[in-house]
Write a protein that binds this ligand. Structure first.
Ligand SMILES: [Zn+2]
Length: 351
C-alpha cells in the first residue's frame, strides 16, 4: 500500500495529532523523530505518512499531495528512492545495515528535497549498530532525517533519545474502535465487540481481522491465539504451584501463534504482546473492586472474580508490575523460557 495522507491516519491522543500537524507546518522536519507506542497502534503507517509529507514539496498540514513528482515515486509497496527502511533481521538490526545507510547518505536525494531513514523497532539495534547510528545522528549528513519506532522509549540508549523528538502514541478506546468497525462492516455486533476488545487500542489490527471475517476467511489465527491466551489466564485464579511451569509453557505456545502475521511479529514481540494481554487481565481483576469501572474481558468475569478473590489487591498490583517488568526483559533479549517460568511461579506463589 502507498503511504496514507496524514489526515487519514488515525492518531491518538488528539494532542499528538496536533503536535504532528504543527511539525508538518514548519519548513523542515526534525533531525530525528521517535514514535513510541505498543504494537499495532499504527507506528509504521504513521511513519510512512510523515515521511511522505515531509518529502513532498507541496505538503500541507493534511499531508503529502499525492500528485507531484516526488509523491508519484512511491511504489505500491510504500518504497521510495529517497527512503531507506531498516528493520530487525530477524531479531536484531546489525551494524552492516547502519553502515549501508551511511554510505547511501553520501549521495544527494534523488527527487525529494530531503531523504528519510526509517528504523523500525529501533530498540533492536545491537550495541555496535546503535553506536554507528549515534555517530550518524551526531553529525547528520545534510538533508537526511531519521524516523525511529519502538514500543517504549526507555529501551533505547539515552544518547540516541537525546537526539530525537519523542512522540508517544496512545491506544484508541475500545468503544471508538467498535464504532469505526460498525460503520464499515456488516458483522454481528458480538463479533465486532470481541474484535474491538482484542484489538486493544490498535485499529490496524481490528481492521485486518474484520476484513478477514467479512471476506469469509474464518477467524484469523491471531484472534484464535488470543482466545487461547485468555484460557491460560482464566486458570491462574485456581492454579497450584505445580501448575506454574505448565501454564508458562502453554502461554508460550499460544504466543507462537501470534508470530509473523501481517505485523511481521518476531518471537519476542509475540511474547511481549501476550504479556500485554496478561497486563489487561490483571487490570480487569483490579477493576472488579470498583462497581462502575468497565471490565474489558466481560465474558470471563467469573475467572476474573476468582483471581480477585484469591489475591489481595496490593498483591495483584505488585503482580501487574512484575508482568510489565517481564515484558521489558523479553524485549531486552532475556531468556524467554526463564522469564515466563519465573513470572508464572510468582503469580501463583503470591497466593
Ligand atoms: Zn507531493
Amino acid at each position: 500500500m502507498r503511504p496514507l495522507p496524514f489526515r487519514e491516519v488515525v492518531v491518538a491522543p488528539e494532542s499528538v495529532r496536533h503536535a504532528l500537524t504543527q511539525m508538518l507546518l514548519r519548513p523542515s522536519p526534525p533531525q530525528g523523530l521517535l514514535l513510541v507506542g505498543m504494537a499495532g497502534v499504527g507506528k509504521r503507517t504513521l511513519a510512512r505518512a510523515l515521511a511522505a509529507a515531509w518529502m513532498c514539496p507541496q505538503r500541507t498540514a493534511e499531508g503529502h499531495c499525492g500528485a507531484c513528482e516526488v509523491c508519484l515515486k512511491w511504489s505500491d509497496a510504500s518504497e521510495h528512492p529517497d527512503l531507506r527502511v531498516l528493520r530487525p533481521d530477524p531479531e536484531q538490526i546489525k551494524i552492516d545495515a547502519v553502515r549501508g545507510v551511511r554510505q547511501w547518505a553520501s549521495f544527494a536525494p534523488t527527487v525529494a528535497p530531503v531523504r528519510f531513514v526509517l528504523l523500525e523497532e529501533a530498540h533492536l539495534l545491537n550495541p555496535a549498530a546503535a553506536n554507528a547510528l549515534l555517530k550518524t545522528l551526531e553529525e547528520p549528513p545534510p538533508r537526511y532525517h531519521f524516523l525511529l519506532t519502538a514500543p517504549a522509549s526507555d529501551l533505547l540508549l539515552q544518547t540516541i533519545l537525546s537526539r530525537c523528538r519523542i512522540v508517544r502514541l496512545g491506544a484508541l478506546p475500545t468503544e471508538q474502535i467498535a464504532a469505526h468497525l460498525r460503520a464499515r462492516y456488516t458483522l454481528p455486533e458480538a463479533t465486532l465487540q470481541a474484535i474491538a476488545v482484542f484489538a486493544d487500542g490498535a485499529l490496524g489490527r481490528a481492521i485486518r481481522w474484520a476484513d478477514a471475517l467479512q471476506q469469509g476467511e474464518g477467524a484469523p489465527r491471531e484472534l484464535d491465539a488470543l482466545q487461547s491466551l485468555l484460557g491460560v489466564f482464566a486458570r491462574l485464579g485456581g492454579a497450584s504451584l505445580e501448575d506454574a511451569l505448565r501454564l508458562a509453557h502453554e502461554f508460550r505456545e499460544a504466543c507462537k501463534a501470534l508470530e509473523g502475521g501481517a505485523e511481521g511479529r518476531s518471537a519476542r514481540a509475540a511474547l511481549a504482546l501476550g504479556l500485554e494481554y496478561l497486563v489487561l487481565w490483571y487490570r480487569d481483576a483490579l477493576a472488579l473492586q470498583y462497581p462502575d469501572s468497565p471490565v474489558r474481558f466481560e465474558t470471563h468475569r467469573d475467572a476474573l472474580r476468582q483471581l480477585a478473590g484469591r489475591f489481595a489487591a496490593a498483591e495483584r498490583a505488585r503482580d501487574l508490575h512484575a508482568i510489565i517488568e517481564a515484558r521489558r526483559a523479553i524485549l531486552g533479549n532475556a531468556n524467554a523460557q526463564i522469564v515466563t517460568e519465573n513470572l508464572f511461579v510468582r503469580l501463583i506463589a503470591t497466593a
